[in-house]
Design a protein around this ligand. Structure first.
Ligand SMILES: [Zn+2]
Length: 224
């Protein structure tokens, strides 16, 4: 566990298509740097399960096949980043998804230090292969990490194949992602704190390269 005493804030955004291993890497980074991992997918899932006002609104939107609106997502993240454990930084997974969300995040970052943006890049054919064989937990709905061989490592539920992961649907989802993310990458790519990570490698190698990118990029709270 890292000490928070002289900790500099480390604010990380992870971008990457479904199947790139982004969730696993975000979780590892959060654990090794002792930062909260903030996943908007998790927050929404929990809200839906708990039946909160947010959860009910989110479920209605998603059941109608729509994306949760920017202002709702921005509100969720703003509230979460305002909590005490996020003072030393965070690892964001699943946000921002749009340029509007990215601009809102920049406003939230005022006075909090720089934002490190990591994009995990994986060729489409590899993603299709990974996604078509992807499993989820039948109990809590989380995506199973590649290295989970038995039960869900979160809740112990059994892992099942995702019903919607036919190759055609996977390709369509990736197309939607690429369209959305291209604008986001354009928004961030000129920054010195933006880095691409090759996600088509064993998970441990990806983790090592993320660590190296962060170590090389951050010095005493200033990102070079
Ligand atoms: Zn589970």
């Amino acid at each position: 566990m890292a000490s928070h005493q002289d900790a500099i804030s480390l604010n990380v955004v992870m971008l990457g298509p479904p199947g790139a291993g982004k969730g696993t890497q975000a979780e590892r980074l959060a654990r090794t740097k002792d930062l909260p991992k903030i996943s908007t997918g998790d927050i929404l899932r929990e809200a839906v399960q708990a039946g909160t006002e947010l959860g009910l609104a989110a479920r209605e939107t998603m059941e109608a096949g729509n994306l949760v609106p920017d202002d709702v997502m921005i509100g969720i993240v703003c509230e979460r980043l305002g909590r005490a454990d996020a003072r030393v930084g965070f690892v964001l997974d699943g946000f921002p998804r749009t340029v509007q969300q990215a601009a809102a995040l920049d406003r939230m970052m005022e006075g909090r230090g720089p934002l490190v943006v990591l994009e995990i890049v994986v060729p489409e054919d590899v993603l299709v292969r990974r996604l078509a064989t992807r499993r989820i937990c039948s109990k809590c709905g989380v995506n199973a990490a590649v290295e989970w061989t038995g039960a869900c490592q979160r809740c112990g539920g059994s892992l099942i194949a995702r019903m919607d992961d036919s190759v055609e649907i996977v390709r369509e989802r990736l197309k939607v992602y690429q369209r959305q993310t291209k604008r986001l990458v354009d928004y961030y790519s000129a920054r010195p704190t933006f880095r691409k990570i090759n996600g088509n490698q064993p998970p441990d190698t990806v983790t090592a390269q993320i660590d190296a990118a962060i170590a090389a990029g951050t010095v005493k709270g200033a990102v070079l």
